[in-house]
Write a protein that binds this ligand. Sequence first.
Ligand code: AMP
Length: 183
Amino acid sequence: MAAICVYLGSRPGNSPAYQQAAVRLGELIGQRGHSLVYGGARVGLMGELANSVMAHGGQVVGVMPDHLVEREQAHLELNELIRVSNMHERKACMADLSDAFIALPGGIGTLEELFETWTWRYLELHHKPLGLLNTERFYQPLMTFLDSTVNAGFLASETRAQLLDAATPEAMIEQIEARLTHG
Ligand code: AMP
């Protein structure tokens, strides 16, 4: 059983597949006895995921900076809502509480959180698994760009390989679970 941190859009996105992926990932987290750590919002994919985890028996911890409580509509029915004073504290708190990280489709907030977590791993500040849920190939252009960053000599292929990816929530959870078990 693991605490899984998920970064994802505060908007729903334009394809129903994004929402379906968030709901399905929530179902798997709850059913497999894991817990969710996320940004604590009620809106967009974030709210869909949190509600799905709780509906399937999982615990949910949200981490929300005071200034976003209204703008992102803090989810007040979570098992725990941790209020912090700024974005730096939010990311540090989410990372400390979690055993693994998954990014679903999202915007620049999602990308920022994913990249900071990945750079912390690259700098050996942690060794926790992280991955992209590539729903409807949303992250394909980013993955292509990262591969070209390796080819251009700015990113080590071992570092590139740290970022897992999967097309479905099932495959993503299985990859994360395998790394939690075997390191
Ligand atoms: P978005 O992917 O832009 O919809 O944002 C998803 C979540 O990331 C929202 O809860 C944002 O508040 C959050 N976010 C945006 N920028 C940052 C940041 N610099 N540090 C931590 N979280 C952020």
